[in-house]
Ligand binder design. Structure first.
Ligand SMILES: C[S@@+](CC[C@H](N)C(=O)[O-])C[C@H]1O[C@@H](n2cnc3c(N)ncnc32)[C@H](O)[C@@H]1O
Length: 223
């Protein structure tokens, strides 16, 4: 008998299968928290077009909801363990595509034709990978689409978070622990400008201006 999606989802939340392997070959799970998984389960529809960097519990849930989903992840054992868990739990991955590459290599080649309903950035956390992940996917996100950014407590991801929360085209709609959710209100609209750093509130808020002033003074004193 086929188990219901709700039943399988409860199993994913309760069992948190250890799909992530450490370099020593130990198994563990560093997946999204329960409330974030619930958001994906409750808000994605069969046929939603979605993309994530990294893979794991989130991939199982995107697959379970019937999304046409792409997971970009260089670590083959993470892909294999996610597939094994899907088989064990009864999650169909028929509409899930794994791209076994680093996102920073793959994403610049992403077709601009495909429009996305949701993006999850939870792949590499070293500088500047979260920014690259955002930069190369955000244009493909539909208006009102959802951008999920995990691990905003990490320094690199926090830079992206601090930037996005000041930009009018991104509206923060919720946060569950270290995972934040944005909705895209509009396109950035700066495509034809040769430089638009001044119109990014991240660069022009009081702290940023103060730090710019301090750096210029220090540079002048040195010379
Ligand atoms: C925190 S885990 C993802 C957890 C997943 N969202 C979940 O809910 O289980 C991070 C993943 O990013 C992958 N990763 C590491 N570096 C990456 C890169 N440069 N590009 C894409 N994925 C990367 C890792 O292999 C790992 O699978």
């Amino acid at each position: 008998m086929m188990e219901s999606k709700n039943f399988i989802f409860e199993k994913i939340k309760n069992e948190r299968p250890p799909v992530h392997t450490t370099p020593k070959g130990e198994f563990r799970c560093v997946g999204l928290g329960t409330e974030s998984l619930e958001f994906i389960f409750n808000n994605m529809q069969p046929g939603s077009v979605t993309l994530e960097t990294g893979c794991g519990l989130s991939t199982l849930v995107f697959g379970l909801t019937g999304c046409h989903h792409t997971a970009i992840v260089p670590n083959k054992s993470h892909i294999q363990e996610t597939i094994k868990s899907a088989e064990k739990l009864g999650v169909s991955l028929d509409y899930v595509t794994f791209i076994p590459q680093r996102s920073e290599t793959y994403l610049p080649t992403l077709s601009s034709a495909q429009k996305l309903d949701a993006i999850l950035i939870d792949g590499g956390h070293a500088f500047p990978i979260p920014m690259i992940d955002w930069y190369y996917t955000q244009k493909q996100l539909k208006k009102s689409g959802i951008l999920i950014v995990d691990d905003v407590h990490l320094k690199t991801v926090s830079i992206l978070y601090e930037f996005l929360k000041r930009q009018p085209e991104w509206q923060e709609i919720r946060q569950h622990q270290k995972t934040v959710f944005f909705q895209k209100n509009e396109e950035s609209g700066h495509d034809n400008e040769w430089d638009f750093w001044r119109s990014q509130p991240y660069n022009t808020n009081f702290r940023a201006k103060f730090s710019q002033l301090l750096t210029s003074i220090k540079a002048r004193l040195k010379n």
